[in-house]
Design a protein around this ligand. Structure first.
Ligand code: NAD
Ligand code: MG
Length: 390
């Protein structure tokens, strides 16, 4: 039986690579649903090629154009956030790949879990915002959550039942500004930040990588995926991105997963688990392989990493606050409305301004997200020192 796959965010970096994996294994996987936010033409093209049962465009204004583009095919066409949240519940779907970006991934992921679908989780923001709730639901509905993030896939590939773990070690490339001084960081532009040395990804996660918020989020993600305490999660900078992450076991043994940086592997492993399938692509050549180097992360220059640990320690709705504030500042940075370092300032201020809730419900997360966005947007506008020329 072919596995039926729903891809939330099929037009993005992860989504398109997931379709490459499916195209390489037409005997194993079939596309059941494709969704996108805005990109009608690419979504229609993907639907023509993969013949899903249904497609959803989140932006309702684009519905007519999508419907028209697919009018000669027996594909159901829907639009809007509610449709996107409902479509993941469709009976035949086996796996939902959450490859959309940001907080918007939370509600459809919750629905998919409640419908008993396995989650191939790329949308780390869902676990950052509401990891405890997601874990409780996954346990209640017996739904597996399989990591797609390369670091967490690496850790997942190293874990063995009955092998107690002492800590996990997340590797970080350090991003394009790894060697920049604080002074240099003050004036970096979005164009510089969008040039990641090792990975080609969507704009938001590329900025998060440059600011190390991505690694901070991955620490929180590891907390919930693997049940680690914060002090059991270490970050080491490894600029070559050959070791994708490591696990240290109770006896001191360390296991690592290595490979050429290629997101298709963790995507495919989430689809094929517990088995491995063949995958085309470049192989690691140890003789040609560069030197592998490691250094400690610098949380003075990259304060976001320290803020994420702080949010994890505080718990409650604090990670939700840090995520919402980060979404606001990253969007502002991409519009040249805030400086690179200004982003951490706003996040830190939002963390102290938004009311703390120790045991948030789903409704509390929704309210916290909205309130944080409001406060962070004000902070971006009002702080004169956050101008681009700071
Ligand atoms: P992207 O910007 O390239 O693509 C995002 C996709 O989500 C697009 O298809 C877009 O149409 C859709 N989308 C965006 N906002 C939406 C909304 N509000 N409602 C519905 N659909 C929406 O992003 P990406 O780089 O593919 O990243 C996707 C997710 O995967 C993110 O959570 C990211 O952190 C995670 N991730 C990405 C990579 C990577 O290599 N790109 C690696 C690890 C984790
Ligand atoms: Mg990652």
């Amino acid at each position: 039986m072919k596995k039926q796959i729903a891809i939330l965010g099929s037009t993005g970096s992860i989504g398109t690579q997931a379709l490459e994996v499916i195209a390489e294994h037409p005997d194993l996987y079939e596309v059941y649903v494709l969704t996108a936010n805005n990109q009608v033409d690419l979504l229609a093209e993907q639907a023509r090629k993969f013949h899903p049962e249904a497609v959803v465009i989140a932006n309702k204004d684009k519905y007519a154009r999508l419907k028209e583009a697919l009018s000669d095919l027996p594909i159901k066409v829907y639009a809007g956030e509610d449709a996107l949240c409902q479509v993941v519940e469709s009976g035949p779907i086996d796996i939902v790949l959450t490859a959309m970006v940001g907080y918007a991934g939370l509600r459809p992921t919750i629905n998919a879990i409640k419908a008993g679908k396995a989650i191939a989780l790329a949308n780390k923001e869902t676990l950052v915002v509401a990891g405890e709730l997601i874990n409780a639901l996954a346990a209640e509905y017996h739904t597996p959550i399989l990591p797609v993030d390369s670091e967490h896939s690496a850790i997942f590939q190293c874990l063995e039942p009955g092998n107690p773990v002492s800590k996990v070690i997340l590797t970080a490339s350090g991003g394009p500004f790894r060697t920049f001084t604080r002074e240099q960081l003050q004036t970096v532009t979005k164009e510089q930040a969008l040039k990641h040395p090792n990975w080609s990804m969507g704009a938001k996660i590329t900025i998060d990588s440059a600011s190390m918020m991505n690694k901070g989020f991955e620490v929180i993600e590891a907390r919930w995926l693997f049940g680690m305490r914060p002090e059991q999660i270490e970050v080491v900078v490894h600029p070559q991105s050959v070791i994708h992450s490591m696990v240290e076991f109770a006896d001191g043994a360390v296991k690592a997963q290595l490979g050429v940086p290629d997101m298709r592997l963790p995507i495919q492993y989430a689809f094929s688990y517990p088995v491995r399938e063949s995958l085309s692509g470049e192989r690691l050549d140890f003789v040609k392989c560069h030197t592998l180097t490691f250094e400690a992360p610098d949380t003075e220059r990259f304060r976001n990493l320290a803020l994420a640990y702080e949010a994890l320690h505080q718990g409650g709705n604090m990670p939700c606050i840090i995520n919402a504030a980060n979404e606001v500042v990253v969007a502002s940075f991409l519009q040249d409305r805030i400086s690179f370092l200004g982003m951490s300032d706003v996040i830190e201020q939002a963390m102290s301004k938004v009311p703390f809730i120790k045991e948030p419900t789903y409704a509390d997360y929704v309210a916290t997200d909205a309130e944080t966005r409001r406060i962070a947007a004000e902070l971006v506008i009002n702080a004169p020192s956050f101008s681009k020329s700071k």
